[in-house]
Structures are given as C-alpha cells and as structure tokens.
Design a protein around this ligand. Structure first.
Ligand code: KG4
Ligand code: ZN
Length: 339
C-alpha cells in the first residue's frame, strides 16, 4: 500500500506545499518565495513573513494538490513543519494543517524542519540509507548530525555562534551584494581568487566537531574597514572567494573527520548552503580521498521546500507519529525532540 502525504512548510520566508508518495516520489513541489519582499530590509522581517504566509498558504496548498493530480481521498496524512523557525510563520502552516486534517479527517503529523532538510537527500539518492553523517548548513543552523536511522538523530557538532548561511548573508551585505547573500557570494567567487586574502579558520578546542563563524565575519569586516581607511581598492570577488574558501574548508574538514571517527561510510549535505557549488566540489573531492560516498539534494530541495517535509513526514507516519489538535509551533525545537 502506498502512502500519499500532503506536506506544508512555512517556517521562514517560503510558503510551500507538496504531495509526496512513499517518502520519495515528489508529485508536486510548490514554493512561493518571499525573498523579493524581504530584500528591501536586508533580511527576513518576521511580521511581514507571517502576514504573507496567511495570504498565500491556501493558494499554495491548492496548487500542490492540483499539480499532483490527486484527490483528497488519495491523501493519507498531512505533514507540517512545527519547528524550529519563526513562531508566527510556523503557526500559519500548523493552523492550516490542523484545519485541513480536521475538516478532511486525516491524520496530522508534525515534522522537524531540520529533519526535513536531512530527508531531502532520500528524494534523488536511491542508495543512501542510514547510518550516515549529515552536514546541515542553513540560514539558521550549522550542525553535524549522525543520522542513525530515519527517525533517529544525534547532534555531534554545532556552531558556537553564527550559522554558515548567516555568515554568507552578513558578509554579502558588507560587500554590498544584498540578500540572500549565499547564492550571490557563490556566483561572485567564481571570478575571484580564494587565496587572495588569508582569513582565519576557527579551531575550537573543547568541541572537536563544532564550528564558529563570527571571528571570520569580523575578520572580513575589519579587512573592508582597513581597505577603506588606507584607500585601497576592494576587489569584491577576491573577498567573496577568500571568505567562502574559509567557510567551506572548516565545514568540509569537520564533516569528513566526524564521518570517519563515527564509522560512517557515507556523508550528505543538507540546508540552503548545501547548494553552494564550491562546498559540493570540495566535499566531493575530500570524500573521494577518504573513501566515503558523498550525496546532496538538488538545489531546489536544499533551500526551504515542502517536499522534504513530505519525505520526513512519511518516515514519521510509518513509525506511528500522530499529532493532536493541540500541536503547537515550537520555535526552538531540538533535533530528535518530539512533542
Ligand atoms: O535552508 P534555508 O533555505 O533556510 C533556513 O532554514 O535557514 O537556507 C537559507 C540560507 C541563506 O542563508 C542563504 O544565503 C544560504 O542558505 N544559501 C547559500 C546558497 N544558497 C542559499 N549559501 C551559500 N551558497 C549558496 N549557493
Ligand atoms: Zn531551512
């Protein structure tokens, strides 16, 4: 018997819905991105995000059902992101999912956003199965997660300060590239020299798999100030490439070390930063050197989407997870934690 899930995601600035069959077959993947709205402010404005979700959610869900060409009878359950994320934004998706589950008499399955990012890897990589090491790098998170099973996770490394995506966004803003910075730095770096400027790589003594990006971010800002004071012309492409190189080296080194020391044979990427071309290239090269299989989702499944929630929701559903009408948004939900 196949399982068809309607998945809803609204944790940040994407209003998204998707129909996923058997945790793999993505029948539709509708994403309404609010990026244009938030660009004006250089980052996501929570109140604006919530209001736009309210405006768009019904239309996005309807489109996902239409594009997948399924009827309500064929939908077995409704999966929704309930954390972590912006509380007002999450509440819109959770309320919509609860209302539909109640009205259509379908089971409700709450999903962890980051577990969704990790699950995006199963969509196109048939051979990937737990256990494996996953580097989750997004706008709000930088974690090394040991995926022990489809529903079992252990965080073995984390950022001490900024998330990787946050560092990309802040540096992009400092060199005048605008929001979101990741894709812009990725593109501009191709024209720059990653060895032009030597930026620091943080080494954390008491957490061998942990990350820190705030020192690197300050080093970039100091470099820019120094150039301005001395009237030195700034080569933005070199700054972008050198900064990006520092981030991807730290991410890659920690991920490879974590995979090897935890006896994993495979390593995967997840989250918005997983679409970074240099990170993928570097990770692929280092994984090959160390005899590890390497996987990542396509870019459309790396940044926020509901298909990944449909995949993670499938594994929750077959594991028996069912939420009640008291399901609430949990802005700081921990990986592996269940409500
Ligand atoms: O996973 P995501 O869509 O949202 C969160 O859950 O945070 O990640 C968004 C983050 C942003 O910080 C964005 O700048 C970054 O992912 N990002 C990238 C790239 N594409 C998106 N960072 C580096 N290189 C990219 N190509
Ligand atoms: Zn995300």
């Amino acid at each position: 018997m196949s399982v068809t899930i309607l998945a809803i995601e609204s944790s940040c600035d994407e209003t998204a819905a998707s129909i996923v069959v058997d945790g793999k077959n993505v029948k539709s993947n509708v994403i309404y991105s609010q990026i244009e709205l938030h660009k004006l402010y250089g980052g996501v404005v929570p109140e604006i995000a919530s209001r736009k979700h309210v405006e768009k959610i019904t239309q996005v869900i309807d489109t996902a059902i239409q594009e997948a060409n399924v009827t309500w009878d064929e939908i077995d359950a409704i999966a929704v992101t309930y954390g972590p994320g912006l509380v007002g934004a999450l509440l819109v998706g959770v309320s919509a999912a609860k209302a539909l589950a109640f009205a259509k008499n379908k089971p409700l399955v709450g999903v962890h956003h980051i577990e969704g990012h990790i699950a995006a890897n199963y969509i196109e990589n048939d051979e990937l199965k737990p256990p494996f090491m996953c580097l989750v790098a997004s706008g709000g998170h930088s974690h090394l997660v040991l995926v022990k099973d489809y529903n079992q996770f252990e965080i073995i490394g984390r950022t001490r300060d900024d998330a990787a995506g946050e560092a990309f966004d802040k540096v992009a803003r400092a060199i005048g590239l605008g929001y979101p910075g990741g894709p812009k730095i990725d593109a501009l770096s191709k024209e720059g020299n990653p060895k032009a400027i030597s930026f620091p790589r943080a080494n954390i003594e008491d957490g061998k798999y942990d990350f820190s990006f705030s020192g690197l971010k300050s080093a970039v800002l100091n470099y820019l100030n120094m150039c301005e004071m001395k009237n030195i012309e700034i080569n933005k492409a070199d700054v972008a490439a050198s900064f990006q190189q520092a981030v991807i080296e730290v991410l890659t080194d920690n991920a490879i070390k974590a995979a090897k020391e935890n006896n994993c044979t495979s390593i995967a990427l997840a989250g918005g930063v997983a679409s970074n071309t240099s990170l993928r290239e570097n990770m692929k090269k280092e994984a090959e050197k160390n005899g590890l299989n390497f996987y990542h989702p396509s870019s459309i499944f790396c940044t926020d989407n509901a298909a990944m929630i449909g995949v993670a929701g499938y594994y929750e559903y077959i594991n028996g997870t069912r939420h009640g009408w008291d399901l609430n948004a949990v802005p700081n939900l921990k990986i592996g934690e269940r409500q």
